[in-house]
Design a protein around this ligand. Structure first.
Ligand SMILES: Cc1ncc(COP(=O)(O)O)c(C=O)c1O
Length: 368
């Protein structure tokens, strides 16, 4: 049996007419940048995230950048985040001129360890950016308490957490702002690049709208040096169609993740656990094994495609060599990165495919 890592073509086949009609509406209206479809998507995604505002952008990285800038993060500040993430989390901090300060993860959850955050605070600390990695919400109670006690801004990197919940409430409204990515492979993926900032704060939303559009307050009147981070009309239209299916897709991801967990329980295969009160969006199903590369190669031979999120922690990327971290700086993160890989997971996957993938993994780790 062949189990692809994911399959966006299958999803398109099931949505084809709805998508083509939506793209046609954009062409008929000639509203290629922002426009009505994007405005409607903003309203619908804010409602989905249970937040007051959504400001659509061209990428999740831009949304993080603007969230930090609009919250007042500036050169000379320090921003605490996880090294166990995609590099964009740190890049967005660097774009503001602030310094990314990495702290280690809690190995149980793969997310920021609040005790490590507390230990890394300095008078320059301005913000904390927890990443809800793989769709697993970070320990927000503890992180918000730290932010509150030390008057810090908390910005959620929710780029993998569309639809996740914490204490029953949707991710996206816990901090000053949150950033989502609509990169095609995400739970809610565009047909190109896409991102959004969500917030309950009117002034952050207003600043984000201005900053994403060249600092423009009214047409051709620019109060700030801003950015061209606008979402295009096609992406707004596609995302509106897909948003209507997101709950059902996430529910199917949840079923498949539960099936994987059941089949792998009690074996040598480990996986990260949800923090208390956290409900994952099940973006990725990641496992930890020894001899990861050999296990993946054997799975590939058996027709099971896998991926790694992420092979090199951000503090050991060449791009961040100037921060002078060394192997051993963040042992839990480094150990996770050396053992982690992601199993196939997408809503259209069948139970038989999940069973075959899990049984193949069990056979490989037990040397059969
Ligand atoms: C955790 C995390 N942060 C940030 C980003 C950046 O999003 P984008 O690729 O839309 O810029 C991603 C997307 O891959 C991500 O997974």
């Amino acid at each position: 049996m062949n189990v692809p890592y994911f399959d966006l073509k299958m999803q398109y086949a099931s949505l084809r007419q709805e998508i083509l009609d939506a793209l046609d509406r954009v062409c008929q209206n000639a509203s290629f940048i922002l426009g009505e479809e994007v405005s409607l998507f903003e309203r619908e995604f804010a409602s989905f995230c249970e937040t007051k505002h959504c400001v659509a952008m061209n990428t999740g990285t831009s949304a993080l950048h603007i969230a930090l800038l609009a919250s007042g993060v500036a050169p000379g500040d320090e921003v605490i985040t996880s090294p166990n993430t995609f590099i964009a989390t740190a890049e967005a901090i660097s774009y503001t001129g602030a310094k990314p300060v990495f702290v280690d993860i809690d190995p149980a959850t793969a997310n920021l360890d609040p005790r490590a955050v507390e230990a890394a605070l300095t008078p320059r600390t301005r913000a904390i950016v927890p990443v809800h990695l793989y769709g697993l919400p970070a320990d927000l109670d503890s992180l918000l308490a730290i932010a509150d006690r030390h008057k810090l801004v908390l910005i959620e990197d929710a780029c993998q957490a569309h639809g996740a919940r914490y204490r029953g409430k949707r991710i996206g409204g816990f901090g000053k702002a949150a950033a989502f990515s609509f990169y095609p492979g995400k739970n809610l993926g565009a047909y190109g690049e896409g991102g959004a900032l969500t917030t309950n704060d009117d002034s952050i939303a207003a600043a984000a709208r201005i900053l994403r559009d060249h600092g423009q307050v009214t047409r051709y009147y620019h109060d700030f040096v801003g950015f061209n981070y606008r979402m295009d009309g096609f992406q707004g239209a596609v995302l509106r169609v897909k948003l209507r299916h997101l709950e059902a897709w996430n529910a199917r991801r949840r079923e498949l993740s539960a099936l994987y967990r059941k089949l792998l329980a009690g074996s040598l295969v480990q996986f990260p656990q949800a923090a208390p009160h956290a409900e994952s969006s099940h973006h990725l199903f990641v496992v930890y094994v020894e001899n990861r590369d050999a296990v993946r190669a054997e799975l590939e031979k058996r027709g099971v495609a896998t991926a790694i999120h992420y092979p090199v922690p951000v503090h050991l990327q060449k791009a961040y060599a100037p921060l002078a971290h060394r192997p051993g700086s963040f042992p839990h993160t480094e150990r996770a990165c050396s053992r982690v890989f992601s199993m196939p997971l997408f809503p259209e996957m069948t139970n038989e495919q999940a069973q075959y993938a899990a049984q193949s993994l069990l056979a490989v780790v037990s040397g059969k």
